[in-house]
Design a protein around this ligand. Structure first.
Ligand code: GLV
Ligand code: MN
Ligand code: MN
Length: 471
C-alpha cells in the first residue's frame, strides 16, 4: 500500500473517531450547562450552574403520598373529595400546604384572603418574580388531582431544582390560590381575581353569603382571616411584580391520553361566564290548584334550562358549551307547586362574542318565559363574564424548550376549563402545562393522573421555571 494512501486512510479514521466523540458529547444531557438550558448566556453572578437533566429527579412516591394525604382532608367519603372554602377541612389543608412549603425551604406568607405564597429568593435583588401555582379547594364529590397537582407538584418542582444544584436568578414563588372553585360564594377564582384587581368583586363580596346565609367576611373570620373590604381592594398586584406565571394542571379533557402524548402546552384559556336566575310564582297545593291557574316557578326554570341547551347547540360550534349545574326549588315538597326556583348557568366558549350572544339569548328567553308563564323574573344576575386569556410567547417558548429537552411528546392546546391563570394573565405573562388524566375525567371521584404523568409535568415545570428565572 502506498504510504500516501495509508496516511490519508489513517487521517480519515481519526476524523470519524473524533466526530463520534463530539456527537456523543453533544447528546449527553449530563454535560449541558444551565447556560445551554436557559438559551441565554449566564454571567458570572449566576453562572457555574451546571446541572444535569439526569439528576432531575422527582420524588414521585413522596408526592403521591402527599396527594393521598391531602385527599383525606375532605367532607365527603373517599374516593371523592369535597373541600370548600374556609371550611374546617380547608383550614387543615392550608396548614398542610404551608408545612410542605416550609419543608421545601420556601419563605411562606399569606395574604388577607388566604392566598399562600412560598418564595425562593433569587441571586439578584429586585427582579420580578417567576411564579407557579394552582388551588386545592375541591367542588362537592370531586377528585384529588384538580388543582392539587399544580400546588404540590409546584413545590416538588422547587425540590427538583434544589436537588439539582440550581440557583435561580429571579425569585421563584409557589402560590396556592384561595377558592378557585365557585362552590361556596358563587365566585370562581376568588383569590386570583382579587390579585388581578376587581372593585366589582369587592362590592359583590360585601353582600355575599353562602347557602347557610353565612357572610363572606364571617366565613373568612371563622378560618382565621379577619379582613375588611379595604383589605380586599389592597390585594391587587402592582404591574411588573411578576415576570411570568406558569400553572401545572391535569388536562380535564381526553385529548392527551387519546393521542398518547405526555404534555399539553396551553396557548389560550376559554372564556367562562356564569349567571344566576330566580323565578317566583304563587306556589300552592299540588292537588287543589288546577293547571290553568298555576304559575309554576319550577317549570319556568326547567324551560330556561332547556333553552340554554338549545342556544348552545345552535351556536354552530362544538366549542360552545352550557351547563345548568344548580336547579333548586322552593319549598321542595312533592305536594307543593314550586313558588321559587333558582338556577345557575355556566356558559363557555373560546370565542367571547359567540359566548356573549348565547348569554343575550338566555336573557331574552328568561324574560319571555316569565311573561308566558306569569312568573316574576326576580333575578337575572351575570356573576362573571370573563374574556379569554392568551398564553404569552415567552412562557410558551420556555415550556416548549423544557418539553423538548426532556424528550417528552407534546401538543399545543387550549384550556376549556378556567384556571387562576386566566386572572394572573392580567398581571403577568402566563402559560399552562397540562398532563393527561384518565379518560379526561375531572370534577368527579374517578379523576386520576398516573405518577409518571405527574412526574413528567413536574419536570417540565421545573425546567420551565429554571429557564424563566434566568432570563
Ligand atoms: C374550573 O374548575 C372550571 O370549572 O373550569
Ligand atoms: Mn375544578
Ligand atoms: Mn382546577
Amino acid at each position: 500500500m502506498e504510504p500516501k494512501f495509508l496516511t490519508s486512510l489513517l487521517t480519515l479514521l481519526l476524523l470519524i473517531c473524533l466526530s463520534t466523540i463530539i456527537d456523543a458529547t453533544n447528546e449527553d444531557a449530563t454535560r449541558k450547562t444551565m447556560e445551554e438550558f436557559s438559551g441565554y448566556p449566564t454571567d458570572s453572578h449566576h453562572s457555574i450552574l451546571s446541572f444535569s437533566l439526569d439528576s432531575f429527579s422527582v420524588e414521585s412516591e413522596k408526592l403521591q403520598g402527599q396527594i393521598e394525604e391531602l385527599s383525606t382532608l375532605s367532607d365527603s367519603p373517599a374516593p371523592s373529595v369535597t373541600r370548600i372554602l374556609y371550611s374546617e377541612k380547608d383550614v387543615l389543608a392550608r396548614r398542610f400546604i404551608k408545612g410542605i412549603m416550609k419543608q421545601a425551604g420556601l419563605l411562606v406568607r399569606e395574604d388577607a384572603v388566604g392566598n399562600i405564597y412560598g418564595r425562593w429568593d433569587g441571586s439578584e435583588q429586585g427582579l420580578p418574580v417567576v411564579a407557579t401555582g394552582s388551588h386545592i379547594d375541591a367542588i362537592p364529590f370531586s377528585g384529588k388531582y384538580d388543582g392539587v397537582v399544580g400546588v404540590l407538584g409546584a413545590i416538588e418542582a422547587i425540590n427538583v431544582l434544589r436537588r439539582s444544584g440550581f440557583q435561580p436568578r429571579r425569585p421563584l414563588e409557589v402560590i396556592m390560590f384561595t377558592s378557585e372553585e365557585p362552590t361556596r360564594f358563587g365566585i370562581s377564582c376568588l383569590g386570583s381575581r382579587l390579585l388581578a384587581g376587581s372593585e366589582t368583586l369587592v362590592n359583590t363580596l360585601k353582600k355575599a353569603a353562602d347557602a347557610q346565609n353565612v357572610s363572606f367576611f364571617d366565613a373568612a373570620k371563622s378560618a382565621g382571616y379577619n379582613l375588611s373590604p379595604d383589605d380586599l381592594s389592597n390585594l391587587v398586584l402592582e404591574e411588573g411584580n411578576y415576570s411570568a406565571f406558569v400553572e401545572l394542571h391535569i388536562e380535564q379533557g381526553p385529548l392527551l391520553e387519546e393521542e398518547g402524548l405526555s404534555i399539553g402546552i396551553v396557548t389560550a384559556i376559554a372564556a367562562p361566564a356564569s349567571i344566576k336566575v330566580e323565578f317566583e310564582g304563587n306556589g300552592g297545593h299540588a292537588g287543589a290548584v288546577l293547571m290553568p291557574k298555576r304559575n309554576d316557578a319550577g317549570l319556568a326554570a326547567a324551560e330556561l334550562a332547556l333553552a340554554v341547551e338549545r342556544y348552545v347547540l345552535e351556536s354552530g360550534s362544538i366549542d360552545t358549551v352550557g351547563t345548568v349545574g344548580i336547579l333548586e326549588l322552593h319549598p321542595g315538597a312533592i305536594n307543593s307547586i314550586p313558588s321559587k326556583s333558582h338556577i345557575e348557568i355556566d356558559v363557555r366558549d373560546i370565542d367571547e362574542k359567540r359566548r356573549n350572544s348565547v348569554i343575550e339569548k338566555v336573557h331574552e328567553s328568561a324574560i319571555n318565559i316569565s311573561q308566558t308563564r306569569g312568573v316574576k323574573l326576580s333575578e337575572f344576575n351575570i356573576i362573571n363574564q370573563d374574556p379569554p386569556a392568551a398564553s404569552d410567547k415567552s412562557v410558551i417558548d420556555a415550556m416548549e424548550f423544557a418539553t423538548k429537552q426532556l424528550n417528552l411528546s407534546h401538543k399545543f392546546m387550549i384550556s376549556r376549563a378556567y384556571h387562576d391563570s386566566l386572572f394572573m394573565a392580567r398581571k403577568s405573562p402566563m402559560g399552562m402545562i397540562f398532563i393527561p388524566c384518565y379518560k379526561g375525567y375531572s370534577h368527579k371521584p374517578e379523576e386520576y393522573a398516573s405518577t409518571e404523568d405527574i412526574s413528567n409535568g413536574v419536570k417540565v415545570l421545573a425546567l420551565t421555571l429554571a429557564k424563566l428565572s434566568l432570563e
